[in-house]
Design a protein around this ligand. Structure first.
Ligand SMILES: Nc1ncnc2c1ncn2[C@@H]1O[C@H](COP(=O)(O)OP(=O)(O)O)[C@@H](O)[C@H]1O
Ligand SMILES: [Mg+2]
Length: 280
């Protein structure tokens, strides 16, 4: 398929393009009169992976739901792949969501369906030809290294494997934008690393744009300090002289506001007390 080799000389530290895939412009939303997001703005560029951080209940998942058009903001504008999400009909949103992939916190697989059927779900709904579906399912399962589970049921898989099937399902139609909601929550560190490796691979091989919520800082640092080496087919640490990935950025929410949005270098240079403590 002719993918670009991700070598330290090329891929890592290549800044994302200027093209914006997601734009939040002064977006506000309140639940039961409590402001959860208060006029927040940020942009996600093509090829960028932005980590959404903040304490439990700070509005991270809400941002993902807003981007998908599952909920509407009280005010402000949201654009995804050039479309004005808050003014779209359900039909238009359905079309837009076909270009997006979502990985939920709980892998949210259907227990009564096989791995094949779970991963294929979207393509089956769209009535794609059977051969295409089978090819795509195998390709997606190969990406997450679970081709051998194709005929199994979710109940037969470990937590980490389920999460990987969830990723295969999200990437089945080669989305331009991926939304990950705490993809490593509840997993042990070793299993978490296998998930992060997949996200790094997705970022570096397919150059997908992604928003990822997490409350696990080691995960975010691993994303920022590693790249996927296609020749060795594994995630490696970036070389010392080039040690942070320029496409991985951080956004920190506090009291319904964005209090930080930038790169690891900018983060390290911050003098803000809360930010320093959060990342300490
Ligand atoms: N549909 C909803 N109805 C009422 N309150 C909600 C709803 N969705 C989220 N909230 C509230 O909004 C706040 C932010 O939630 P969420 O975005 O899930 O936080 P996070 O993902 O950062 O933990 C929480 O206080 C949550 O209880
Ligand atoms: Mg959440």
């Amino acid at each position: 398929m002719g993918t670009v080799l991700a070598t330290p000389e090329t891929a890592p530290n290549t800044p994302p393009s200027d093209e914006k895939t997601i734009v939040f412009d002064r977006v506000s939303i309140a639940f039961e009169e409590r402001a959860v997001l208060d006029s927040i703005s940020f942009e996600l560029r093509r090829g960028e992976t932005k980590m959404l951080l903040g304490i439990l209940g700070s509005g991270k998942t809400t941002i993902l739901k807003l981007a998908l058009g599952l909920i509407k903001p009280d005010s402000g504008d949201i654009y995804v792949l050039g479309e004005h999400v808050n003014e779209m009909s359900e039909d238009q949103l359905f079309e837009l969501r076909r270009k997006m992939g979502m990985v939920f916190q709980e892998s949210a697989l259907f227990d009564s369906l096989t791995v094949r059927e779970n991963v294929a779900f979207r393509l089956i709904e769209e009535g794609r030809p059977a051969e295409e579906i089978e090819r795509r399912v195998r390709e997606a399962l190969q990406f997450v290294e679970l081709e051998n589970t194709i005929d199994q049921f979710p109940g037969e898989l470990s937590g980490g494997m389920k999460r990987r099937v969830g990723i295969a399902r999200a990437i089945i139609d080669r989305p331009e934008v991926l939304l990950y909601d705490s993809p490593t929550a509840g997993l042990d560190p070793v299993t978490s690393t296998t998930i992060i490796e997949l996200l790094v691979k997705q970022r570096d091989v397919y150059h997908t744009s992604a928003l990822m919520t997490t409350h696990r800082l080691p995960d975010t640092l691993m994303m920022a300090t590693h790249y996927f080496n296609e020749k060795e087919n594994k995630m490696l640490q970036l070389p010392k002289n080039n040690s942070v990935d320029a496409r991985t950025t951080f956004l920190l929410l506090k009291d319904a506001k964005v209090i930080f949005d930038g790169t690891v270098e900018e983060l390290a240079a911050s003098r803000d007390e809360y930010i320093r403590e959060y990342f300490a």
